[in-house]
Design a protein around this ligand. Structure first.
Ligand code: ADP
Ligand code: ZN
Ligand code: ZN
Length: 749
């Protein structure tokens, strides 16, 4: 009789032993169904062993081995084991959530056929030259299908309206659907590639549309393609320097040799856009995306394509760092500084850091790309752990970096938060039929409502925060817990009817601008206006068609979008980040402002950025004006080193929240006592610094009191050693009715 050790999605840091009946094969990595308590669960076989500590009368047999999917590779299991250990999170809750939902369920996997499109006989007989010219999209679809049959995703790259046009073509009888079933063959094992071997015909002509690289781009591509085995590159390129073009060349290099590329991107918002872009650059390549916006079926299908080695390019958000990639040959992390690579619940992993570990484990190069690298990565590149590659000029000779100017809000006329100078500039853009973007990182009308009589502020009764005024639907809404009420007619505290909105959000900016420019076409882009799934897509098309004069938006607008007619960016209210208690706030603000500034003047028209601030002399704005990331990073790193902050120390944060304040503090104080004991018991004592228990930045949210305990060490190894000693003591503490989490390398404070 053999014994298998199974990972189950339960909050216990252990594997569970089961027996396997004679004749049944339960290999490592196989999914199985096992009894657990009174129910049955799906688990993954992590180990096969000869003996167990579980007594013979208590051990239970595996109910079923699920053979409808290939086993997980040893490499992936190793990666997940590493994550579970590094982030101090139960192994089963690490392994199972990394899989597509369908693989976590005990229902048999029915691989739905993927629908593809091809020309019908009458469609093939059409003469495209005499097809009506104005039916642009239909013509494009027909032309594409003349070359090859395509699935919907491939066709979608042609235009956003492909769906409707396809229907018409089907009704005409020119295009037909057929089912192409994904094969369930076992993936290639090993992942060793014969170097220089060319695969699939068609790969050679994927690259007709390449730009001739600038010398800096060429140097970057050469350095990376010449790397043998693991190497980590930091591609630091200003906005518009052609980082994406470097990725495309690298991908081409890998694809020619039959390898797979993993491209990680921060935002789900950007995925369809990037997907279309890379599809258009590599029309004959099997490219799939993996992100939480997919249906369960799509996600499983795409995951299996990656697992089979069939997907040549895998484009995904952070969770795709756990995709099976038997032929992985290159990892790219775009916008590596972005905090959305860090998961904020469950396994609190940094997809960027896991990607680096994975590249190392697989012996492949990894490229971290950014215009504003995180100080962690920048420091690593400077100290030689990573290799620095710089793109210092814009790729298109005509495109210059925007001019950045500050407007001192204390020395100018302001109209409800917008300066006269900025309004004038916007007016000139409207006359010139160019676009302006007004960036403000607050949605709603005003961040708070105030009584002029007694000073009452619209606080949330469940949180330590304020309720935001949403004038359009006459509501006060808490952005932390979602609680909302109707806007009161009089002050709840003194009865005074004179209530004033204080400060500005996107809605207020929108209405101020509308009043000043009644004929301007204004588009507001924030989480409220893009709640509907297709809304953002439609808005992008409007912007590109130049049907918008002024864009008002939050950080959603800052990232990766290319708006050719945009020549002015106005930044309202960036000052709070300058004096925030979060030591990363300035770093984030700098990155954000470089990103928004990068939206201006990408085409042949020069761009201008106006920043409204009370501190125009602040070094952050100085560095922005001179486009001096290096100088800024150097001063930030010097400050961090003096203050003993990351990247010079490694941190772990224990957080707790609960309804009873004394319970929260009792738990954290006991945890602290245990931490002191663990630190004394370490081989080399004095390696960790244990801070006091303090309230969280938002000390009360949704009626829960929140507090935290920070631990840090000057070495990663020291911190990890300490955490291993501390965790059993933590697990032994009673934490009933508390929500507790341990966050390694935390980003939020
Ligand atoms: P980044 O990702 O660094 O912001 P992009 O890759 O989007 O920059 O490049 C900016 C623009 O320059 C794009 O329009 C791109 O097509 C163009 N471009 C990039 N590399 C070259 C090149 N070598 N020659 C000509 N145009 C280029
Ligand atoms: Zn009042
Ligand atoms: Zn609230």
């Amino acid at each position: 009789m053999s014994i298998v050790r199974i990972a189950l999605d339960v909050p216990l840091s252990t594997l569970f032993d089961y027996t396997v009946a004679e004749g049944v094969v339960a290999a490592i990595g196989q999914r199985v169904i096992v009894p657990f308590g009174r129910r049955q669960m799906v688990g993954v076989v992590m180990e096969c062993v000869a003996t167990t500590d579980v007594s013979p009368e208590r051990i239970k047999p595996v109910v079923q081995v699920l053979l409808d999917s290939a086993p997980l590779s040893a490499g992936l299991l190793d990666l997940l084991r590493f994550c579970s250990d590094y982030y101090r999170y139960p192994i089963g809750q690490t392994v199972l959530p990394a899989l597509p939902a369908r693989l976590r369920s005990d229902k048999p996997i029915i691989s739905k056929p993927i629908l593809s499109y091809r020309l019908s006989a009458s469609g093939a007989a059409l003469d495209l030259d005499s097809f009506p010219k104005r039916k642009v999209v239909q013509r494009r679809i027909l032309a594409k299908l003349t070359e090859q049959s395509c699935n919907l995703a491939q066709l979608k790259a042609l235009s956003a309206t492909v769906g409707a046009q396809l229907k018409t073509l089907e009704q005409q009888g020119w295009v037909e659907q057929y089912a192409s079933t994904p094969s369930l063959a076992l993936p290639l094992q090993g992942g060793e590639l014969a170097r220089g071997q060319d695969v699939a015909s068609g790969v050679t002509h994927i690259f007709d549309n390449a730009h001739i690289l600038t010398s800096e781009q060429q140097l970057a591509v050469d350095s990376i393609t010449q790397a043998s085995g693991y190497a980590c590159f930091l591609l630091h390129g200003i906005t518009g320097s052609g980082k994406t073009e470097v990725y495309v060349h690298l991908m081409h290099h890998v694809l020619q040799r039959g390898g797979q590329v993993l491209l990680l991107v921060p935002e789900i918002n950007l995925t369809p856009q990037l997907e279309n872009y890379f599809r258009s650059r590599f029309p004959d390549v099997n490219l799939i995306s993996l992100h939480s916006g997919l249906s369960e079926g799509e996600r499983l299908h795409n995951w299996q394509q990656a697992q089979l080695g069939a997907a040549q390019i895998v484009l995904g958000t952070r969770l795709s760092v756990f995709a099976e990639l038997p032929k992985l040959a290159l990892i790219i992390v775009d916008e590596e500084h972005d905090s959305s690579f860090k998961q904020q619940d469950g396994l609190r992993y940094s997809a960027r850091d896991v990607a680096i570990f994975r590249a190392n484990q697989r012996g492949v190069p990894i490229v971290l790309g950014s215009a504003t690298p995180s100080l962690e990565s920048y420091h690593n590149a400077q100290s030689g752990r990573y290799q620095m590659l710089k793109l210092t000029g814009r790729a298109l000779a005509a495109a210059r970096l925007p001019a950045v100017r500050c407007i001192n809000i204390n020395q100018t006329v302001m109209h409800h938060g917008i300066s006269e100078n900025l309004l004038r500039e916007i007016g000139q853009r409207i006359v010139r039929r160019e676009q302006s973007l007004i960036f403000i990182n607050r949605r709603g009308y005003a961040p708070v409502l105030m009584c002029t009589g007694c000073g009452w502020l619209s606080g949330c009764k469940h949180c330590a925060g304020k309720m935001v005024l949403h004038l359009k639907d006459q509501r006060l809404r808490c952005h932390h817990c979602g609680y909302q009420i109707r806007v009161p007619h009089a002050c709840p505290s003194c009865g005074n009817a004179d209530l004033h909105p204080v400060g500005s959000g996107t809605q207020r900016v929108e209405s101020v601008l509308q009043e000043r420019f009644p004929d301007a076409r204004i588009l507001r882009v924030d989480r409220d206006s893009t709640r509907n799934k297709r809304a953002w897509q439609t808005m992008r098309e409007q912007i590109h068609a130049n049907e918008v004069d002024i864009l008002v938006g939050t950080q959603m607008l800052a990232k990766g979008h290319d708006f050719p007619a945009l020549t002015l960016v106005g930044v309202l209210n960036p000052d709070s980040a300058l004096y925030s208690s979060d030591f990363r706030a300035a770093e984030k603000l700098f990155a954000q402002l470089v990103q928004v500034a990068g939206r201006a003047g990408r085409a042949d028209k020069p761009g201008e950025v106006l920043i409204q601030t009370a501190f125009p002399e602040h070094p952050l704005f100085r560095a922005l004006q001179t486009h001096d990331f290096e100088g800024w990073a150097a001063s930030q790193l010097a400050e961090r080193q003096m203050a003993g902050f990351p990247p010079f120390v490694y941190q772990a944060m224990l957080r707790a929240e609960g309804k009873q304040e004394n319970e929260v503090y009792r738990y954290l104080n006991e945890a602290r006592t245990a931490a002191v004991a663990s630190s004394h018991s370490m081989e080399i004592p004095g390696q960790v610094e244990i801070f006091g228990v303090v309230p969280a930045a938002m000390p009360r949210r949704a009626n829960h009191i929140r507090a935290q305990l920070l631990i840090q060490s000057t070495t990663r190894k020291g911190l990890q050693q300490f955490l291993r000693a501390w965790q059993p003591l933590l697990d032994a503490l009673t934490a009933q009715k508390l929500r507790c989490s341990l966050d390694i390398d935390p980003l939020e404070f």
